[in-house]
Design a protein around this ligand. Structure first.
Ligand SMILES: [Zn+2]
Ligand SMILES: [Zn+2]
Length: 239
């Protein structure tokens, strides 16, 4: 039952994503807001921090914050999405399992902290590479543009251009990014024994399967859209 509800939510989220795209800064913020509205309506579990009528309470157990709370008594904001409050680590863990994982990623994307929010640097690096791979596939599928691997060329120069562009954007690269991390990223991108390798094409369902996450293609698309500055369906992308 819960699975069906989640599937319906994902479909609706994807429809919104298709409808609202340009320019990405507006579309992303609007999309995240809409998504949160849908999710709170469906689960009844989310507290909107911006709502002045609601007293601050733990989003999971609903325990309100004591009126003169100090230090440890104060509810803590989720450090990634900054959108929900928790009274304890345990409530945060349970809420994550309940489905905050997806909402949180969208919030992290909107707050420009997505790649910063992974515990392991390799995870962020692999998602950056996969954002490129997903975008090359989308450019081929939606814009009939063949580049890199799809133009039967060595994909490495095209991938390097992607990294150059990503480095030039505000709020894409994690704080720990530097020349050495870039070298590690470039090595991982051409390592044919690893999964996130630019020598292999990838489709939406491969990404979903690998990450065991139906929303992952959308998150990677949003990340790539931040890098390129437009989505695959945007008119300016056709120029
Ligand atoms: Zn709680
Ligand atoms: Zn969060």
């Amino acid at each position: 039952m819960r699975h069906r509800k989640t599937t319906a939510l994902v479909i609706r989220a994807e429809i919104y994503w298709l409808l609202i795209r340009k320019p990405w800064s507006h579309s992303l913020a609007r999309f995240v807001t809409l998504f949160q509205l849908i999710q709170s309506a469906s689960s009844g579990k989310c507290t909107d921090l911006d709502s002045p009528d609601q007293p601050a309470a733990c989003v999971y157990c609903k325990k309100p914050q004591p009126s003169k709370a100090t230090g440890e008594q104060r509810l803590k904001k989720c450090g990634r999405c900054l959108h929900v409050l928790y009274c304890s680590r345990q409530c945060q863990k349970e809420h994550w399992k309940l489905g905050h994982k997806t909402q949180c990623s969208l919030g992290a994307l909107a707050n420009d902290v997505y790649l910063d929010s992974f515990r392991k640097e390799e995870e962020a690096i692999d998602q950056l590479i996969d954002a490129y791979r997903m975008r090359v596939e989308d450019d081929y599928a939606f814009r009939h543009e063949n580049r890199g691997l799809y133009a039967r060329e060595n994909p490495f120069p095209d991938f390097r251009s992607f990294l150059d562009l990503a480095e030039s954007r505000q709020g894409v690269m994690p704080k720990w990014w530097n020349k050495e991390k870039r070298r590690i990223c470039e090595r991982r991108a051409v390592d044919e024994d690893g999964w996130s390798c630019i020598a292999f094409a990838v489709e939406k369902h491969d990404i979903q399967e690998h990450y065991n996450d139906h929303m992952m293609p959308m998150k990677l698309r949003m990340l790539a859209e931040k890098v390129y500055g437009f989505g695959v369906m945007d008119p300016m992308g056709q120029l």
